[in-house]
Ligand binder design. Structure first.
Ligand SMILES: Nc1nc2c(c(=O)[nH]1)N[C@H]1C(S)=C(S)[C@@H](COP(=O)(O)OP(=O)(O)OC[C@H]3O[C@@H](n4cnc5c(N)ncnc54)[C@H](O)[C@@H]3O)O[C@H]1N2
Ligand code: MOO
Length: 401
C-alpha cells in the first residue's frame, strides 16, 4: 500500500506526456496548453508614446507664464511631425511622442490660450512618456512551453500581433461507471437502485480541467461487459477513469478485468481516507485510474490524485497547485493508518483571518458535504489538531483547475 504522497508523485512520474499538437486561434486558446515557447517579436511599447492626455514639449522650452504655440493635434494612431523649437504638440493617451519632444504635460496642468498653451508646472523632464520596450523587449521569452493559457496570457500574445498558437491536442478522457444498482438520472428508479451521480460528476470534473470527455460508459458488474467497455475506451482515449468495483466485494471485478486485458498494475490501495481502494494500471502505455465508487471518495481522489495526472498529460508545466496552511476550527485527531482529507469550507473567522470549517458529515458516500466544500484539509496520521492549528489546505479552485 502506498502513502498518499508517493501515489501522487508516482502517477505523475509514470504517465506519458502529450505528443499531438495543433495550431489554433488565440480566440479559442483559453484553457489550452502551449506546446512551444512564445518569444516577443516586438518591443512593447513599440514606440515612445504618451501616458496622458496633454501636450508634448521640450523640457528646456518650459518657462512659467509663457505660452508655447501648439503646432498640431496628434491622436493615437497618427504620426506626429517633429516638434519645432519652442512649440508644443497637443496629444492624447497612446499618441506617439513627436521627435524632439522629451516631456508630456497633463492637460490639467495647462491651458490653451490663443492657439498656444500655457503650462503651470512641469514636475520633471521625461515625465508621462511610456518608452519603447520598457514593458517587453523583442526576443525575450514571454511564455514557456507548458503554459496553461488564460485570458491574461491571451492578452500578452495578442499584443504581439500573434493570432495563432501551437497547443497540445486536448486530452481525451474516457469514463466508466459500473454497478448493477445504477440507473441514469432521468429514468425511473426502482427502490433498490441508485442514481448514477458519478458519471455526470466526473464528466464535469474532467471538462472543468479543459480535457475532453470522449465517451462515458456504464457497465453492469460482469467481467465480459467490463472488458468490452475498457477495450472500447482504451482505443478512443488517452486516459480512462473508472469508478466503482474497486474494493474487495465479490462483484468488484475491475482489477481482474484489467489484468485480463494486459494491464500492468502500478499501485493498488493508498493510505488515504477517503480513497483507500484506488488503483492505477497501464494498458498498452495508457493509464487507467480506478476510483472508489462512493461519490465523496471519487470526488476527493479526483482532486488529489487524478487532477495532477491530467495536468501532466495535458503538458502543463505546473502540475501540483499550491497547498496553503490555514487554521482548522475545532479539535481533530488523525487516527488509523491513513492521512485523512476532510471536506471543509474556507471562510473568514471573527478576526477576519481565513479558517477551515470541517463539515460534520464526512462519510465517503455523502454528496451533501461535497457540494458545499471549498476544499480539503489534510489530517496526517496520528496528529492532534487543537483549535487553531494550521492544516494543509487543498483549495478546489486550484486543485480542480
Ligand atoms: N470489506 C471491505 N469493504 C469495503 C472496503 C474495504 O477495505 N473492505 N473499502 C470501503 C471503501 S473505503 C470504499 S470507498 C468502498 C469502495 O467500493 P468500490 O470502489 O468497490 O465501489 P462500489 O462497491 O461499487 O460502490 C461503493 C458505493 O458507491 C456507490 N456508487 C458506486 N458507483 C456509483 C455511481 N456511479 N454513482 C453513485 N453511487 C455510486 C455504490 O452504490 C455503493 O454504495 O468500499 C468499501 N467497502
Ligand atoms: O476510503 Mo473509502 O474511500 O472510505 O470512501
Amino acid at each position: 500500500m502506498l502513502t498518499f504522497d508517493d501515489a501522487q508523485q508516482r502517477l505523475v512520474h509514470d504517465a506519458p506526456s502529450p505528443t499531438r499538437t495543433e495550431l489554433i486561434s488565440i480566440y479559442g486558446a483559453a484553457g489550452r496548453v502551449l506546446a512551444e515557447p512564445i518569444h516577443a517579436v516586438l518591443d512593447l511599447p513599440a514606440a515612445d508614446n504618451s501616458a496622458m492626455d496633454g501636450y508634448a514639449i521640450r523640457h528646456a522650452d518650459f518657462q512659467a507664464g509663457q505660452a508655447l504655440p501648439v503646432q498640431e493635434h496628434c491622436f493615437a494612431g497618427e504620426t506626429p511631425a517633429p516638434l519645432a523649437q519652442g512649440r508644443a504638440t497637443r496629444l492624447f493617451t497612446g499618441s506617439m511622442i513627436p521627435e524632439g519632444a522629451d516631456t508630456v504635460v497633463m492637460q490639467e496642468h495647462a491651458r490653451e490660450i490663443d492657439g498656444g498653451v500655457e503650462i503651470d508646472a512641469v514636475h520633471c523632464a521625461g515625465q508621462h512618456i511610456r518608452r519603447r520596450g520598457e514593458d517587453i523587449r523583442e526576443g525575450q521569452l514571454l511564455l514557456p512551453a507548458g503554459t496553461f493559457v488564460q485570458p491574461a496570457q491571451i492578452g500578452l500574445i495578442a499584443a504581439q500581433g500573434i493570432e495563432q498558437v501551437r497547443v497540445f491536442a486536448k486530452l481525451e478522457v474516457g469514463i466508466l461507471t459500473s454497478g448493477d444498482e445504477l440507473v441514469e438520472a432521468g429514468n425511473v428508479r426502482a427502490p433498490q437502485q441508485v442514481f448514477n451521480s458519478n458519471a455526470p460528476m466526473l464528466s464535469a470534473l474532467v471538462e472543468g480541467m479543459n480535457a475532453r470527455v470522449s465517451r462515458v460508459l456504464l457497465s453492469r458488474d460482469n467481467e465480459f461487459e467490463l472488458r468490452c467497455a475498457f477495450s472500447q475506451l482504451l482505443t478512443q482515449c488517452d486516459l480512462v477513469i473508472s469508478v466503482g468495483g474497486a474494493s474487495v466485494g465479490e462483484k468488484d471485478f475491475i482489477k481482474p478485468v484489467l489484468e485480463s486485458i494486459g494491464g500492468s498494475l502500478a499501485f493498488c490501495r493508498v493510505l488515504m481516507k477517503p480513497g483507500k481502494p484506488v488503483f492505477a494500471s497501464y494498458v498498452a502505455g495508457k493509464p487507467v485510474i480506478c476510483l472508489p465508487g462512493n461519490p465523496g471518495a471519487a470526488f476527493s481522489v479526483f482532486a488529489l490524485l487524478v487532477s495532477p495526472l491530467i495536468r501532466h498529460m495535458q503538458g502543463r508545466a505546473n502540475v501540483f497547485p499550491p497547498v496553503s496552511r490555514i487554521p482548522l476550527r475545532g479539535v481533530t485527531r488523525g487516527g488509523g493508518d491513513r492521512d485523512e482529507f476532510l471536506r471543509v469550507q474556507c471562510r473568514p473567522a471573527d478576526d477576519g483571518q481565513a479558517e477551515l470549517v470541517p463539515f460534520a458529515e464526512q462519510g465517503a458516500g455523502s454528496v451533501s458535504s461535497m457540494a458545499c466544500a471549498s476544499g480539503l484539509a489534510r489530517i496526517p496520521t496520528g496528529s492532534q489538531f487543537c483549535a487553531g492549528t494550521s492544516a494543509a489546505y487543498y483549495d478546489f479552485r486550484h486543485w480542480l483547475e
